[in-house]
Design a protein around this ligand. Structure first.
Ligand SMILES: [Zn+2]
Length: 219
């Protein structure tokens, strides 16, 4: 998890929300679905940001419960805290917290999130469904889907960074030329990977029968 995404503990998300693009605390208006950040001038959807905040909070509290359960053990397990084996039942409070996170993140992904939030939401869903699938709470196909979505978001972000760098003229003609050649090659490979992932995701979406697939920020 990226700690930069965490909110200040005392920020009440019914009163103010951190701007997903610049992290400024933005007071919420009495009416309207969206709010304009006075600092960076970007608009964001209030319900989507609140859902994301709920999802992240629930995910972190579930992860915290797992960690505490592992530490409780017999005292000697403190230094070898492992994830619970897939065959063991998860404690009900952990399942409930992950279920709350799952529902809220699915809502959040119906709207537009920042790139960082989009990647983080997919990573959290990949982790939740990885734990849920062997316990028959979600299908293995769905766990596969979110894992690939998370990879897609990582690949997309690297591709965006490469495109940004290629849009700037090189500082030195010789070194700049080689570097740009390398970047173009890397960009081409990433584009191919992305195209393959998009096809696989489409197939998985059809197989799962998703009515509300997530919306990537650039889509
Ligand atoms: Zn802002």
């Amino acid at each position: 998890m990226n700690s930069d995404l965490s909110r200040p503990e005392d920020l009440d998300t019914d009163v103010a929300l951190p701007c997903p693009y610049c992290d400024t605390a933005v007071p919420l208006p009495d009416t309207g679905d969206q709010v304009l950040c006075p600092s960076c001038g970007r608009r964001f959807d209030i319900a989507i940001q609140q859902a994301y905040a709920r999802g992240e909070d629930a995910f972190l509290s579930a992860a915290d419960l797992v960690l505490r359960a592992a530490y409780r053990g017999d005292g000697r397990s403190v230094f070898r805290a492992k994830a619970l084996p897939d065959s063991l039942p998860l404690p009900p409070d952990v399942i409930h917290a992950y279920q709350r996170a799952y529902s809220a993140l699915r809502v959040a992904l119906r709207g537009t999130l920042s790139d960082e939030q989009y990647l983080s939401a997919n990573r959290m869903l990949a982790e939740i469904t990885r734990l849920f699938a062997p316990r028959s709470i979600v299908s293995p196909l769905e766990a596969e889907y979110w894992a690939r979505r998370a990879v897609e978001a990582i690949v997309q972000q690297e591709l965006d960074r490469i495109r940004e760098r290629l849009a700037v003229p090189p500082a030195s003609p010789v070194f700049g030329h080689l570097q740009r050649l390398h970047l173009r090659l890397r960009g081409r490979r990433l584009s191919q990977t992305l195209a393959k992932l998009t096809r696989q995701l489409q197939e998985l979406e059809d197989a799962i029968g998703f009515l509300d697939p997530p919306r990537p920020p650039s889509g």
